[in-house]
Design a protein around this ligand. Structure first.
Ligand SMILES: [Zn+2]
Length: 446
C-alpha cells in the first residue's frame, strides 16, 4: 500500500517538519515516508487533497465509551446529588449506581464499538477508553473486542468493575499477556488506579509490575486530596501517571505532578457542567504543564474534538480577558488555536505513551491522518489554518480519516461498517439497560 496525499494545506504539528500551504504526504504501509512541497512518485495511488487541511488525528485521553448507549440521558445532570431538585438525576446515583451494574458483556461491546466508530468518523484516531465496567473477565474481553473491532488506535483503561465476579485488579496479568504482549499493534493497555477506592496501593503496584502507565481520576473531593498527598509522601508520583481532571487540587499536588513530569488530562465542558470544579488550565500553564483533552462521558456531552478545542480556548481566554478588563497586569498569555490543537494531538500522544508512533505528521511515524474540508460552506474561504480548524469546523468537515495507513473514512463515509445493524444492536442494548436498571426513558424529562 503506497499512496500520496496530494496538495493539501499540511499542519504537521511537528516542529521539525513545519507547516506547508500546499504539500504532499507519502504513505507506505503503516507509515509516513515523506512530507514535501512536491513528491515525484509515479507508482503510488493519489488522494487529491487540494482544498483540504491535512493534519494528525485527534487523541482523546479519557473517554468512558461503555456509556454510549446512555447518550444524552444526563445532559442536565451533576456528578452527584447536591440536595437540590436539579441534583436528583445525577451521575453517581444513576450512571454508576443504577446502570453500570446491569451491563452484560454484549452491552459493553456494542457501546464501546459504536462510540469508537463515532469518534473515528469525527477524526479522533486514538483514545484512552476508561472502562470502569470490568464486572468479570468476560466483560473485559468484550471491552477489548469492542476496541479491536473498531479498527481504531486505543488504550484499554483497565479500571474497576462491580459485583462478586470482578477479577480487577489481579486479572490485569492475564489481560496483558493475552492481548498486549506485542507493541506492534493498535491496542495498548493502561492500568486504572483510582485513589478514591480502597486498595489503590495494590493497583498501582500491579500496574508498575506490568510496566503499564497508571491513569487516575483526581478531584478536590471524595477524600482524594488526602490520598494524593499520601502518594506524594510515598514518592509514588511518576512520569507514568496520567491524572484526569485535577480540579480543585492544592498547590502541593500540582507541584508533585510538575516535578514528576506526570500527565494531566482536562475535560473542559464536562468539568464545567457537572461541577468537577473549574478546568485547571491556568494552574497547568503556570507550571508549564501541557495538558491533553478528555471527552469523558457522552451521557452528558458530545465526544467530538472541535467542541473540546473550542471550549478550552474560549474558557481560558474568558478567564484572562476578564482579568485584563479589571486592570490586572502580569497576566497569563492567551491560548491560541495552535495551542489547543497541540493539546488535542501531540500532548494526547505523549500522555498515552504513543508519541513515538503518532501525534504529529513526520516521516517514520505511523500514518494517523485526517483530511478536513476547508472548502465547505461553514469554512470557506481559508485564511488561517489552525484558526479554521478550531473556530469554524465541526465533524461535518472531516472528509477522510486514516489510521496506521489504512483509510477508514473516505469522502465523508466510514468504510467497512454496517451502521444500520450496529444502531439496531445499540438500541436493543439501550432498551435492556433501562429496563434492567429500572429507569424510565422519558424523552422530555425536565
Ligand atoms: Zn472519567
Amino acid at each position: 500500500m503506497r499512496y500520496v496525499i496530494r496538495g493539501g494545506a499540511v499542519l504537521s504539528m511537528d516542529p521539525a517538519v513545519g507547516d506547508f500551504a500546499a504539500a504532499d504526504v507519502l504513505v507506505e504501509g503503516k507509515k509516513i515516508v515523506a512530507i514535501a512541497p512536491s513528491i515525484d512518485v509515479r507508482d503510488a495511488a493519489v488522494i487529491e487533497a487540494k482544498g483540504s487541511i491535512v493534519m494528525p488525528g485527534f487523541i482523546d485521553t479519557h473517554h468512558h465509551e461503555f456509556e454510549t448507549a446512555l447518550r444524552s440521558f444526563l445532559a442536565d445532570g451533576l456528578l452527584f446529588n447536591d440536595g437540590q431538585p436539579h441534583g436528583t438525576v445525577n451521575y453517581f446515583d444513576f450512571i454508576l449506581g443504577k446502570f453500570a451494574g446491569v451491563y452484560r458483556p454484549r452491552d459493553v461491546h456494542i457501546s464501546i464499538l459504536f462510540g469508537s466508530l463515532s469518534q473515528l468518523d469525527a477524526g479522533v484516531t486514538a483514545v484512552l477508553d476508561v472502562s470502569q465496567i470490568h464486572h468479570s473477565p468476560e466483560h473485559t474481553d468484550a471491552a477489548i473486542k469492542g476496541l479491536a473491532d473498531s479498527g481504531r488506535r486505543a488504550a484499554l483503561g483497565y479500571f474497576e468493575g462491580h459485583g462478586d465476579k470482578t477479577k480487577y485488579p489481579d486479572d490485569a496479568r492475564r489481560v496483558k499477556t493475552q492481548y498486549f504482549s506485542s507493541s506492534d499493534q493498535l491496542l495498548t493497555m493502561i492500568m486504572g488506579g483510582e485513589i478514591y477506592l480502597p486498595g489503590y496501593d495494590k493497583t498501582w503496584r500491579i500496574g508498575r509490575e506490568l510496566e503499564l502507565p497508571i491513569a487516575t481520576h483526581v478531584l478536590g473531593n471524595f477524600g482524594i486530596p488526602k490520598a494524593f498527598a499520601e502518594r506524594v509522601q510515598a514518592k509514588q508520583i511518576g512520569p507514568d501517571n496520567l491524572f484526569i481532571h485535577m480540579t480543585a487540587m492544592p498547590d502541593s499536588a500540582w507541584k508533585a505532578v510538575a516535578d514528576a513530569g506526570a500527565g494531566v488530562s482536562i475535560a473542559v465542558p464536562i468539568e464545567m457542567t457537572m461541577r468537577h470544579g473549574a478546568p485547571p488550565i491556568l494552574k497547568a500553564m503556570e507550571l508549564a504543564i501541557e495538558p491533553s483533552l478528555s471527552t469523558d462521558v457522552e451521557c452528558t456531552m458530545t465526544a467530538d474534538f472541535f467542541t473540546q478545542m473550542r471550549s478550552m480556548m474560549t474558557f481560558q481566554r474568558g478567564l484572562v480577558n476578564d482579568r485584563a478588563l479589571a486592570g490586572e497586569s502580569g497576566l497569563p498569555r492567551l491560548l491560541s488555536s495552535r495551542d489547543v490543537i497541540r493539546y488535542a494531538t501531540l500532548e494526547g500522544a505523549k500522555h498515552l505513551k504513543l508519541d513515538r508512533k503518532v501525534g504529529t505528521l513526520a516521516p517514520g511515524k505511523e500514518a494517523d491522518i485526517i483530511l478536513l474540508d476547508a472548502t465547505a460552506i461553514n469554512v470557506a474561504p481559508l485564511n488561517h489554518v489552525p484558526g479554521a480548524v478550531v473556530t469554524l469546523m465541526d465533524r461535518s468537515n472531516v472528509d477522510c480519516v486514516i489510521v496506521a495507513g489504512k483509510v477508514r473514512k473516505w469522502r465523508g463515509r466510514l468504510l467497512d461498517v454496517d451502521l444500520a445493524a450496529l444502531s439496531r444492536e445499540l438500541e436493543s442494548s439501550r432498551d435492556y439497560l433501562f429496563n434492567a436498571a429500572g429507569v424510565d426513558r422519558n424523552l422530555f424529562r425536565s
